[in-house]
Design a protein around this ligand. Sequence first.
Ligand code: ARG
Length: 482
Amino acid sequence: MSDSLHTPQHLPEGGSADPDKAWSGRFSEPVSELVKRYTASVYFDRRMAAQDIRGSVAHARMLERQGIISAADLADIERGLAQIGDEIARGEFAWQLDDEDVHLNIEKRLTALVGDAGKRLHTGRSRNDQVATDIRLWLRDAIDQILELLTEFRCRLLDLAEQHADTPLPGFTHLQVAQPVTFGHHLMAYHEMASRDAERFVDCRHRTNRLPLGAAALAGTSFPIDRESVAAELGFEGVCENSLDAVSDRDFAIEFTAACALTMIHLSRMSEELILWMSPRVGFIDLADRFCTGSSIMPQKKNPDVPELVRGKTGRVNGHLVALLTLMKGQPLAYNKDNQEDKEPLYDTADTVIDTLRIYADMIPGIRVRADNMRAALTQGFATATDLADYLVKKGLPFRDAHEAVALAVRTAEQRGCDLPELGLEGLRESMQAVAGAGERLGDDVAAALTVEGALQARRHIGGTAPEQVRAAIARARARLR
Ligand code: ARG
């Protein structure tokens, strides 16, 4: 046997045809060992064992309430499932590849433990609605965990933004120095992204949180079931309204993965900036050593491995989104075995986002800001050129003329190898001679307009980078988080 994905080494191989196989009666020959491995899912879907047991308990209780099974059967089922839950938690459950998936493994063990009551559990149910229920329960937990981690990440971002509400650094467009902003304002841009991410997960949770059970294989069941009570017991907001859709819908998984892909893209963009800022050529920040590694050959190196891996892992989540979209695009109604392929991308997506958010929340407070380098970078690139143009406009010059006048001033400063304020009042006037009405509009107050602080203070509307506005944005964000 090779050790490919389909030959998990850690599960016992079965021998011949299993007479207990849930669907064996109709078949005259056993599946080959390879087909068994190819079609089995237990080596990954056993992650949903707890959800499978919860769903089964709720289903059994409903069967008993509706008089479909006896109280004695229910007691046996509950006792058996509780024991199975313990066995799994203790790592003592003997998972069998022969039993295909998490559902059949648990059901078979239940029957071994409690006899006929175990065989009655599957009344009015199919693995099709069962698996859909398990995934939704599992995903709901994952969403709740992600929402908690997003909140923590946002709190850490807000704390750092508050510390640096006054710290200037160059804002870039096209990676060229554009205008001064504060580091706090820059961080708040990432907070906005994270708050939209949280909204998306909350929204996607509503559509995830619906009960498929009762759809059975695809058409519903002839037993007098009560779906609403099962939904209520499992904390679902309602039932899936159409039995065919209930067993075949995986929209919620795609929506979740899309939300995760966007979250990862935001974290990847931030990672790219951390990497850039940490480069000795930029030197805006330093990352705590515990998020970096050295080089095996170059003793001087401190590499930002964690942000680089966040950037890299974004690729796998984007890939899972495409995998799930592709999984669904050709499926006729209702359930098809294709759907079994939904789980690994979903699990890996959730694992990746959860670990990334965890590590990010820890990494933010480990950012050491080098404000001196940020400020020094503002003396290159004529960051207050727009402010000079705005100054001229406020003195009555049309904006396009002001733009041209400042472009001439920048050219002069560039030739002299200095920044705009260093041209002085006379130098500025001289440089803009070619634009009628520009130079004479400059007064002594232009010096203040050309300072970094002046540029920051001037942008004091909502959403602007003035420190007071950054602090107000932080306060609003904290209020929303509470
Ligand atoms: N392991 C299966 C899955 O993950 C469970 C449903 C199987 N249903 C069936 N009709 N074969 O989708």
